[in-house]
Design a protein around this ligand. Structure first.
Ligand code: NOJ
Ligand code: CA
Length: 541
């Protein structure tokens, strides 16, 4: 059997608002992406990724910047038109780039016609497409007149803002559920028509040629049917959850994903990666392990870790083991919802090490635009804050040129960017890094080129090495064609790996170093020296 393409691919996430603006309104658009595909693939100078994931570009009032969809089957005018989308697919495919798009099955915008009709009356044929409940105090009594004086139906909490996941709608005297903003009502997946409608949405885009989907908060399409209270100290979504939740990851989710997968496979070789935002690796594994649900699931464990080699080592080992035999790991360190690596960890050097890690572990890497430049989070003045979830800093526009060269829009726009450029755009921008052989971009290109030319780094086995220095994380990738040792020094001092830790008679040649200083160096059986916060990919020979 041939290996599925998504196991060997490197994905690159494009956040359309911030990638490239082609019409000078300060907001990135589909035309801008088409114009810059060459940066990603198709020429020897390109970054060399295999697939792009487009964050939402659908019609939306943008209260959650597109994750509040008002029409699943059209492009928001701020991003362009369906014709632009078709052109983008064609242009990407011509360059050998696959395209996956965001699918948002858990909720819509309150401006979506389905919700507009649902809220009209309790008898609306769309009523059950969303989740409507009476006030808790009304249950068992007459529901009329419960009014907003009543209490929400249960204790579920919404993401962003920290309030209840329920909003009272006086028009029909009931509350509707929203796991996120009140402008993002949750769809009711117990209603078969909702499942069918989402299947049709998938078909629409599959017919237009997409290679798959990234399914937004997919674990939330299964909720306890009796709507019982969450248990625990903190009952809202997010990284600090404790206790037992009933508003997500209910067993019904698995059967629903399987039926989505049937739609996907009816269109051939297409894939789905799920945003399964559960942080417990044991909880994540069932979504991929059987080989019958998601092809890949984002693993957010890394995003929560301190800068500590041992913590990463444990996370890698646990994830690897839990997914075997049929699941395939995915790795990411950045996306549009999280502070960037260069800001969370010790600066550019850490960003370099992280890149080396992501691109050489066994599994599919997901990169977030700008990660390959070592970008830091933006600094957003109070009057420019636009995201209700505090995520503007990681969403700053991609600087294509130094502002001193490309103007104040840094080559992203000739207008006024919707968010400020990231700090240090003068140094961290595409043009400057493309011509600097020591840059973060040069490192990413070198790693991606090596990965392309060496199957052991894509599909080979992996064993973690037992290094004595607890600040060193090292592993071996190998197949019948060759073997590589990757060693990362998390400390800001030099480190040394003794010969016996590498295996008998270790001999090799440095293919890439995170500092871009040591390629070509021979490594003898005496051991391996690593500079402060440096990392090496060594080919054994
Ligand atoms: C996860 C997305 O990544 C995030 O940006 C969004 O706000 C929520 N899901 C709600 O759709
Ligand atoms: Ca624009």
């Amino acid at each position: 059997m041939t290996r599925p393409w998504w196991r060997e691919a490197v994905f690159y996430q494009i956040y359309p608002r911030s990638f490239m603006d082609a019409n000078a309104d300060g907001i990135g658009d589909l035309r801008g992406i088409i114009d810059r595909l060459e940066y990603l693939a198709g020429t020897p100078e390109s970054l060399g990724v295999d697939a792009i994931w487009l964050s939402p570009f659908y019609v939306s009032p943008m209260t959650d910047f597109g994750y509040d969809v008002a029409d699943h089957c059209d492009v928001d005018p701020v991003f362009g038109t369906l014709d632009d989308f078709d052109e983008l697919i064609e242009a990407a495919h011509r360059r050998g780039l696959r395209v996956i798009i965001d699918l948002i099955p858990n909720h819509t915008s309150d401006q979506h016609p389905w919700f507009q009709r649902s809220r009209e009356s309790r008898e609306s044929p769309y009523r059950d497409w969303y989740v409507w409940r009476r006030s808790r105090s009304d249950v068992g009594h007459s529901s009329v007149g419960g009014g907003s004086n009543g209490v929400p139906p249960n204790n579920w909490m919404a993401e962003f803002g920290g309030g209840p996941a329920w909003t009272f709608d006086p028009a029909t005297d009931e509350w509707y559920l929203h796991s996120f903003l009140p402008s993002q009502p949750d769809l009711n997946w117990d209603e078969p028509a909702v499942q069918a409608a989402m299947g049709e949405t998938m078909q629409f885009w599959l017919r237009r040629g997409v290679d798959g989907f990234r399914a937004d908060v997919i674990h939330k399409i299964g909720k306890a049917p009796d709507f019982r209270d969450n248990l625990g100290v903190f009952v809202g979504p997010g990284a600090d959850d404790r206790g037992r939740r009933f508003d997500e990851d209910w067993p019904t989710v698995h059967q629903r994903i399987r039926s989505m997968r049937r739609v996907l496979r009816s269109a051939g070789d297409r894939m789905m990666v799920g945003e399964v935002y559960v942080l417990d690796p044991e909880q994540l594994a069932p979504y991929v392990r059987s080989g019958r649900e998601l092809d890949l699931a984002h693993n957010f464990h890394f995003l929560t870790l301190p800068w500590d080699a041992a913590a990463f080592r444990d996370a890698i080992s646990e994830h690897e083991q839990l997914l075997r035999p049929r699941g395939w790991p995915t790795w990411c360190l950045n996306n549009h919802d999280h502070s960037r690596v260069a800001s969370r960890y010790p600066g550019e050097a850490a960003a370099r090490l992280a890149g080396m890690m992501i691109l050489t572990l066994r599994g599919t890497p997901f990169l977030f635009q700008g990660e390959e430049l070592g970008l830091e989070d933006g600094v957003i003045p109070a009057e420019s804050v636009v995201d209700p979830g505090g995520r503007d800093p990681e969403r700053c526009p991609l600087p294509w040129d130094a502002p001193s060269v490309g103007g104040s829009g840094g080559g992203f726009t000739s207008g006024r960017p919707w968010l400020p450029l990231p700090p240090d755009a003068e140094r961290h921008n595409v043009a400057a890094e493309a011509s600097d052989p020591g840059s973060v971009l040069a490192l990413y290109r070198a790693l991606l080129a090596l990965r392309r030319s060496r199957p052991a780094l894509r599909t080979g086995e992996m064993t973690l090495l037992a290094t004595r220095d607890r600040d060193v994380l090292a592993w071996r990738r190998f197949d019948r064609g060759g073997s590589f040792v990757i060693a990362l020094n998390f400390a800001e001092r030099s480190a040394f790996i003794q010969a016996d830790e590498l295996g008998v008679d270790f001999n090799g040649i440095v293919e890439v170093s995170a500092s871009m200083q040591r390629a070509g160096e021979r490594v003898r059986e005496t051991g391996l020296e690593l500079g402060p916060l440096d990392g090496l990919v060594v080919r054994e020979c």
